[in-house]
Design a protein around this ligand. Sequence first.
Ligand code: MGD
Ligand code: MGD
Ligand code: SF4
Ligand code: MO
Length: 712
Amino acid sequence: MAPARETTERRISYCRLCASSCGVLLDIEGGRVQRVLGDARHPISGGYSCPKGRRAGDLAHGPDRLTTSFRRTRTGQHTPVPAVVAVREIADRLGALVARHGPDSVALFMGTQQNFAALTPMLARAWFRGTGSHKLFSTMTVDQSAKWVVAERMGTYLGGRQRFEDADVWLLAGTNPIVSGNGGDGDGAVVQNPSVTVRAARARGLRLIVVDPRRTETAALADLHLAPRPGTDAVLFAGLLRLVLTERRHDADFCARYVADLPALAAAVAPVTPAVVHRICGVPEDDLSAAARVFAGGQRGMATTGTGVCMGPHSNLAEHLVAALNVVCGRYLREGERADDRAVLTRHIPARAEVAPPTRNSVQGFRSRTGVRAIRGELPSGVLADEILAPGPDRVRALIVSGGNPAAALPGRAKTLRALRSLDLLVCIDPRLSDTARLADYVIAPTTMYERADHTAIMEPFFPRPFAQYTPPVLEPPPGVIDDWRFFFDLAAASGRPVKFAGRILDPRRPPTADELLAMLAERGRVPFGELTGAPHGVLAGPSGALVGPPEPGAAGHRLRTMPDDVRAELRDALTESVPAPGFPLRLIVRRIREAINSTGTRVPGLVPGATNPAALHPTDLAALGLGDGASVTVRSAAGRVRTTVRADATVSPGTVTMTHCFGSLDPEEELGVNVNALTGTAGAQAINAMPTMTAIPVSVEPAPRPNPEAG
Ligand SMILES: Nc1nc2c(c(=O)[nH]1)N[C@H]1C(S)=C(S)[C@@H](COP(=O)(O)OP(=O)(O)OC[C@H]3O[C@@H](n4cnc5c(=O)[nH]c(N)nc54)[C@H](O)[C@@H]3O)O[C@H]1N2
Ligand SMILES: Nc1nc2c(c(=O)[nH]1)N[C@H]1C(S)=C(S)[C@@H](COP(=O)(O)OP(=O)(O)OC[C@H]3O[C@@H](n4cnc5c(=O)[nH]c(N)nc54)[C@H](O)[C@@H]3O)O[C@H]1N2
Ligand code: SF4
Ligand SMILES: [Mo]
């Protein structure tokens, strides 16, 4: 007799591996995902999905998926432990550490995969607040915290930013949204269905400028591509500002109303002529002039950046000058214009045509033992290793890692590993045995995205239009796992601490359901939770009718500071320094791939081509080094070295090397490329946010006998 055919069930959900939040259809058979398709009826992503999103079945059911939590024994082995027992033991150990060393001995690290779930960051922060510790870390401070520094030093215009959807020009610097879906920062630019979105914008007349040393997938779609030497964006943007101001292409009315110090800005950029830009950045003078003309000649549209600008040397300065370009061109919404109304599940914050002046809050923020201050309530992750390692009564002794993999992701790999190994207690919540989990005393196995209920409250700034979506769990989780948020709720309860959530205090004896929490979170939105749960493909909320309001009377005199003294000093340094890097003739730059988001996806069989992250160089550089495609090499920097193989890639500028981060494994049996953070360190970190340099790193590439996994 033929076996009965399993019935295939088609479920509707959305992917939560990156900010794109693509609508998907899942074919589920016998409790397993057989196929993931882009949801063509999804109003925002329109059927798009990417290679890693389509392999979600492997992420949920692959052999490396953890289906139970683990405790590390004295001999260093991980043995299974029920999550409830682990939570109780962790609460006891944290309690003992706090009693002995105080609350600042406990730290929380919030990683990338905590941020696409609505409830996890809320409950993690709620637990953390209850500890009384100041030692909060996230990936933002090894990513784009230059944007926070700009707000501190320049101030913020509160009327809102111009949008991609009705822009006639856009400049993307150091970002490759066709691959990363990064693009803007909260202006709805090119996050979803990026290739279609960019092509449609160009078809309606948008002119696209890309600033990137590599001819990226995004640069290939641009009207103008400037390829500066890595790490020279600050000078390039100073040069653009000079051209816009000297040719009087700026928005004089906006500047008169909202800028305190336009003459100071003009004076600071005056020496940065096209000839200077050509000398330092290698960008032809005519290309720079064309970019200034096209950008300032447009009526609407912004310059936005990604990691290529925010991880370089002078990252805070470069980001400041990009923001200054937007300001002098007046690329913000004015009083009476349609306001940004993408808050659908969250509370709408009225927009006003006024400036929040520079705060310099980080000057008053908690001062850590390493001398660095908190910014937006977080200590910079660049100092996490020192917070753990440097002796003293207030050092970090316990670290909870939520949805992150600092062992692989933080700069200065060897020191980071030493720090993580020296903790009294390391807890890692992760569905896989990441490098960080390998070192942990407790590994908590969580549900993965399709096994939990969720909605898009915290993803709203990434959508181009007011939109919201809810998903129920569409897969049955393995019996031994718990929702991420539930771990933090239970940990707070086991420590006897109340949990504050959405303006109320939750009863620790009566754990809420995920749906109850999601409903509370959406209480102040404009789409009722019931309507949301009844719309499986999501709700396009439509315009709210909100307009940009007039300034509050007390704010009429507030102005943006475009050239404070410390920014001027940084610009002087960027213009006068010679970049001394004897022995390191090449520059290593960041590069993301479609098949993985940081370490997520790197282990899915057959997904990443070659299951590795080779060093890519221009064919002329390879020829000059006498290397063929696939040759074994040693890549060396001032901080360390790795053995890897090379790949010829004509999109990489001569003089430049690309490698993708978050590869490599602490398991000597596992072949998974090499970890780029063996080549990075925290030397030369930026003032204020201690941002390390993670792109434009001076390196050399030399032939090596044969590949060999990195040491340690
Ligand atoms: N050299 C170099 N270093 C870099 C970068 C670079 O460009 N170059 N980029 C930096 C940037 S921008 C960032 S954001 C950081 C990334 O740093 P991290 O966020 O620390 O790194 P990820 O690999 O994204 O970590 C995500 C972890 O979450 C796990 N995970 C997946 N799904 C879930 C889930 O549902 N729940 C939980 N609890 N865990 C889950 C994954 O298995 C993975 O181990 O790296 C930084 N480091
Ligand atoms: N597929 C995929 N998507 C992702 C991620 C992923 O790992 N994979 N990671 C997610 C995360 S955590 C983040 S933070 C975002 C990041 O998103 P993006 O910032 O868009 O990241 P990348 O795609 O690495 O693009 C950075 C670009 O900067 C360029 N670049 C390097 N150095 C310089 C420089 O000195 N100057 C200039 N102007 N450009 C430079 C590189 O060539 C590269 O094209 O992407 C998110 N989305
Ligand atoms: S990982 Fe891919 S499928 Fe998932 S949301 Fe991001 S772009 Fe969409
Ligand atoms: Mo990131």
